[in-house]
Design a protein around this ligand. Structure first.
Ligand SMILES: [Mg+2]
Length: 377
């Protein structure tokens, strides 16, 4: 079985309401959907959601790199040769993990469809009884966040993730205690600072004031790239620390292990290049006693399902934060969210039915790559 064609779609997923985090506000999510077609007539879907603030990728560049660099590397290859496919992609261009993830995910979808197995059965099987997802709350006023947190608890969510890291950390502290008060002591609350507390000293000061909020973890309090600093924060505070933006590759995982800089790492397929490298990173973390989570860049059912398959296959990936489809007013897939669980369809591949009419409707630009030839714009 060989991949003979790649169809590449730049798309925009409209959001129900803007998604606000410490470093950006998103009115819609721009993504690139990749369809790989084999000589046996199978179609595998993948997705790239580049985040310029984290990996330096941007959607137009991701589209061009998929069209001109990465798709030509997989034409003629078997999707089962995933080690070699990553080797070829990494040899053709450095970094660009979201673009590589789109190819990786489409290859896994093809492997599953070719063997009649859900992707998780190809990478470790069912290591969890069920998959849960938290309610993610954007940065808003303490009162609004408390109100939304209460509603989420009443709706049946079993954990909350608060986006904080605003300009004023005193307000962040108010946000967190307001939510804790609104939902009571039993509800697990994790917070994501998205680098917003900047320096080690400031982060330590704020985290120590949050002791009584009983947080499950504090995610990425300081700037990415400063793993030494994250280790300092962890040493000077008692709330568990999760690394996110600063962990993008296996090299970053090794540095976190070496410096004992985190209790948890947030692996995202869009940061590391797909399912294949994500699982390797989770295994390295496991050996060091660090727990992994799979997070997302706010992806549709395609990218989110890929993440959940990775979670399902590994005991050391204990949590998932892939709630993109719930934020979209329109998307292309049918990943099944039933509070507080997400259900992976027991079908071959990703188990996602992609609505081709919706895909065309949300497409802003598309092309086909076959062999050496490109068609379209
Ligand atoms: Mg994060």
């Amino acid at each position: 079985m060989k991949i003979v064609k790649a169809e590449i779609h730049a798309v925009e997923f409209p959001l129900k309401e803007p998604f606000i985090i410490s470093y950006a506000t998103y009115p819609h999510m721009a993504a690139v959907i990749v369809k790989l077609v084999t000589d046996t007539g199978l179609t595998g879907y993948g997705e790239a959601v580049p985040d310029e603030h984290v990996t330096g990728e941007q959607v137009d560049g991701t589209y061009e790199i998929l069209k001109n660099v990465l798709a030509p590397q997989v034409i003629g290859q078997s999707p089962f040769d995933i080690e070699n496919i990553h080797h070829r992609m990494n040899g053709a261009i450095a970094r660009n993990p979201a673009a590589k993830a789109a190819i990786d995910i489409a290859c896994y979808d093809l492997m599953g469809k070719a063997t009649g197995q859900p992707v998780y059965n190809l990478i470790g099987g069912r290591a969890h009884d069920n998959l849960q997802y938290p309610k993610v709350l954007s940065i808003e006023s303490p009162e609004v966040m408390a109100e939304k947190a209460k509603k989420a608890m009443e709706a049946g969510f079993s954990s909350l993730k608060l986006k904080v890291g605003g300009a004023d950390s005193a307000t962040d502290i108010k946000r967190i205690y307001a939510v804790r008060e609104a939902v009571g002591p039993g509800m697990p609350i994790r917070i994501d600072v998205n680098q917003g507390w900047k320096t080690v000293g400031h982060a330590v000061q704020v985290i120590n004031k949050l002791e009584d909020a009983n947080l499950t973890w504090v995610e990425q309090p300081i700037r990415m790239g400063n793993i030494r600093g994250l280790a300092d924060v962890r040493q000077k505070t008692s709330t568990p620390i999760m690394a996110d933006e600063t962990v993008q590759s296996m090299e970053d995982v090794l540095e976190i292990i070496r410096l004992e800089a985190a209790d948890y790492i947030n692996i995202k397929l869009m940061k590391c290049g797909g399912i294949f490298p994500a699982i390797a990173m989770a295994k390295a973390a496991e050996a060091a006693g660090i727990i992994a989570q799979i997070g997302s860049m706010v992806e549709s059912s395609v990218g989110s399902a890929a993440g959940y398959h990775a979670v399902m296959s590994r005991r050391n990936i204990e949590t998932a934060e892939l709630t993109g489809p719930l934020l979209f007013a329109e998307e292309i897939g049918d990943l099944d969210f039933q509070l507080p669980y997400v259900h992976l369809a027991d079908k071959p591949g990703l188990g996602v039915n992609v609505d081709e009419v919706q895909l065309q409707k949300l497409t802003t630009m598309a092309c086909v790559v076959e062999g050496e030839q490109h068609h379209g714009n």
